[in-house]
Design a protein around this ligand. Structure first.
Ligand code: HPA
Ligand SMILES: [Zn+2]
Length: 374
């Protein structure tokens, strides 16, 4: 529990999460459990098994969940994290694996740890990486089936709503991403609503947004909502390029925009929402502490943002921990939290009716807090 006097308000605030990767919710415990169930051999922990051509390098981090947690605490960069993140994909095989993963995340987002009643995420938009699964023979339809089974159950159990967004992977050839999008569209997954939009993630350096302009233009022509990771490790110009060349109204991370006044002005004037992930930025060494995340700058310049967990099983916190870490570092006012919470709802893709419900919940919680009854 954080030490802030606003802790109970931050807990009660209805939240929308827009930047969380389904595979990034795979805890070391569940990773080991699924590896055993599915007979998946994780990278060898001693020299004996690593002599074969094509075998994984030896990595003592796979000795136990505790050893993995210890390694996760020492990430040096986005690519260092992605190495472990993609190894985790290997244990996910069946629709029921994806259902278990999704339900565990949605329960945690909505209610926190058992007995804690924290989080209160009312709506979650969850990324997944189809290209990380198809080479192993796991079809998007398997993931979609598992996700929506869990989402329906979580809505019944906790009142949380959830949507699924495929991300194209920038470390793979652009043509591979284009073919992935075309196949998802041809299968009708966007038209049916099974997929809520299109995203873009993975390695950022030397992968400028313009590479993906053709496929994002095709998505726009089909009326598909779009978002893209930019300005996490990449320069501020990647953030403005994502808006100008990919036509996105949301940018995932976007924190390096704060380094460029013109980019900031453009974001503020266009009303673009940045989906900021403070604990992720610290874990991947984009900043050395939460206080360096440009939360104050964004608030003062009128750049909208939401606060999110990104890959909570890897970065040491879910959305609640991100809210608390920001409050401890910045000491925001109640009104600033109301603005953050409202902007997160308004930037969601869940439809006007659902947004109106969550907005009124936000206003009610803030009113009760101000009147002293939360
Ligand atoms: O933070 C991230 N950035 C880029 N790609 C990712 N894939 C999972 N998490 C991330
Ligand atoms: Zn991300």
């Amino acid at each position: 529990m954080c030490k802030s006097p606003l802790h109970d308000l931050l807990t009660a605030l209805p939240k929308c999460e827009h930047h969380v990767h389904l595979e990034g919710t795979l805890s070391p415990e569940l990773l080991f459990e699924l590896a055993a169930k599915n007979s998946i051999v994780l990278p060898p922990i001693s020299g004996q098994a690593s002599g074969d051509v094509g075998a994984d390098a030896v990595d003592p981090a796979f000795a136990s969940p505790e050893a993995l947690y210890a390694r996760y605490a020492q990430f040096t960069s986005l690519d260092d994290f992605l190495h472990y993140y993609y190894i985790g994909f290997r244990v996910l095989l069946t629709a029921s694996d994806f259902e278990a993963l999704t339900y565990a995340y949605l329960r945690r987002a909505a209610t926190g740890l058992p007995g804690s009643r924290t989080g209160n995420v009312r709506h979650a938009e969850v990324f997944f990486d189809p290209q990380g699964h198809t080479p192993r023979g796991i079809l998007p339809s398997t993931i979609i089936t598992g996700f929506h089974a869990a989402a329906a159950r979580a809505e019944r159990d906790f009142g949380i709503t959830a949507q699924l967004i495929p991300c194209l992977l920038r470390h793979l050839p652009v043509a591979d991403g284009e073919a992935t999008f075309d196949a998802l569209a041809a299968a009708g997954h966007f038209a049916s609503g099974a997929l809520a939009g299109l995203g873009l993630c993975s390695t950022e350096i030397d992968r400028p947004p313009a590479l993906y302009a053709p496929v994002f233009t095709r998505a726009a022509a089909l009326g598909i909502d779009r978002t893209a990771h930019a300005g996490e490790e990449g320069p501020p110009g990647y953030v403005s390029a994502a808006v100008a060349e990919l036509g996105v109204r949301r940018v995932d991370h976007g924190v390096r925009a704060a380094e460029d006044e013109d980019v900031m002005r453009g974001l503020s004037e266009a009303g673009v929402l940045l989906t900021v992930c403070p604990l992720s930025n610290v874990a991947l060494k984009g900043v050395t502490r939460i206080g360096e995340v440009p939360v104050r700058v964004f608030l003062d310049r009128g750049v909208k943002f939401s606060l999110n967990s990104d890959d909570p099983a890897y970065f040491g916190g879910y959305i609640q921990e991100n809210y608390c870490a920001v409050e401890e570092a910045f000491g925001l006012s109640v009104d600033e939290w109301r603005i953050i919470a409202r902007n997160a709802v308004e930037g969601s893709w869940c439809g006007e009716e659902r947004k109106a419900v969550i907005l009124s919940e936000v206003d009610e919680v803030v009113r009760e807090w101000v009147e002293g009854s939360v």
